[in-house]
Design a protein around this ligand. Structure first.
Ligand code: MLT
Length: 315
């Protein structure tokens, strides 16, 4: 019997077609499968390729006795209970690097949107208004930028921002030094939060980083500063974020990721005029989805045909 593969969270169309013609695998014909359908299909599954919409819990694993491999078509594996997978002999892998440029560009897009108030101006125009004086913004050039997490994505953000002549300070206990002349390391997180004009977060979500952006750090930010999070929900104290934005203790924020996704109906973040939000779009570009898809297809083939596990992520 051929390994049965399910791709529940969407996939590049051409690559999905290509995957379906792979004679070594049997691929479920839909590239988007809702949670109840997924539960029906799981007893047959040998492999899963997921994005952020599916959470791999012990309960879900109970329904999949034949599951051998979960590929996270992306970077973060925080939506996979890796310990539970390990206990069941299910391997976990991701597609490292494939969507990093898109995530970095999205963080920069959020910076520009918050600084120039373009989202608010667009909404105002569509209401038939012409409120030129209301939307005076701030330049990105020559700003002090704090990058929290200086791994692959944080470093791409720094490189792409170079043309804006920034002064970059990064926080990352795992990175000793970097070759970019305009970026220097700082180990005191509070110093970065209290001195930078723009803070951009690029840290994975794990027990050590959950809630690391505390109320104390948010309250230390200067009144003109902005905060960008295109990394992960759960890193920032969202209640404190609501408070500092509501009381205009900081200029604004741009968030792509949230503690609960999608947002609950009564989430207070939705009431804030100085917060720009996007629905976890960091990796959602045509280019990133092709790169991620190519890597995932290659990894499926290597694992199920050549018995070769690539890009394993351990608990
Ligand atoms: C990632 O971790 O790479 C992103 O969350 C990817 C995605 O949106 O699927």
């Amino acid at each position: 019997m051929k390994p049965f593969i399910i791709v529940p969270d969407g996939f590049d169309k051409n690559l999905f077609k290509q995957l379906q013609t792979n004679s070594n695998l049997e691929v479920h014909p839909e590239s988007k499968v809702d949670q109840s359908k997924l539960k029906e299909l799981l007893p047959k599954a040998s492999g899963l390729v997921i994005r952020s919409a599916t959470t791999i819990t012990p309960d879900l694993l109970e329904l999949a006795p034949n599951l051998k491999l979960v590929i996270r078509a992306g970077e973060g594996t925080d939506n996979i209970d890796k310990k539970a997978c390990g206990a069941k002999g299910v391997k976990v892998a991701n597609t490292p690097g494939a969507n990093n440029n898109s995530a970095a560009e999205h963080a920069i897009a959020l910076m520009m949107t918050v600084l120039r108030k373009t989202a608010e101006a667009d909404a105002s125009m569509k209401r038939g208004e012409w409120e030129k004086s209301k939307f005076t913004g701030v330049e990105l050039a020559d700003k002090k930028i704090g990058i929290i997490g200086f791994g692959r994505i944080g470093q791409i953000v720094a490189k792409r921002l170079a043309g804006f002549d920034p002064e970059i300070t990064f926080f990352d206990p795992m990175v000793e030094k970097c070759d970019l002349p305009y970026a220097k390391k700082e180990s005191d997180l509070k110093k970065i939060f209290s001195s930078c004009d723009i803070i951009s977060i690029h840290v994975p979500l794990m027990p050590a980083t959950k809630g690391m952006i505390t109320r104390e750090l948010l309250e230390a930010m200067p009144a003109h500063a902005i905060l960008i999070n295109a990394a992960r929900g759960g890193l920032v104290d969202e209640e404190a974020l609501v408070d500092v934005l509501k009381s205009n203790k900081i200029r604004g924020a741009g968030f792509d990721v949230f503690a609960t996704e999608p947002l609950d109906a009564n989430n207070k973040l939705k009431d804030l005029g100085n917060l720009v939000m996007t629905p976890h779009l960091g990796a959602s570009t045509e280019e990133a989805q092709v790169r991620v898809g190519q890597m995932a297809v290659h990894q499926l083939n290597e694992f199920f045909v050549n018995n070769n596990l690539l890009n394993e992520v351990k608990a």
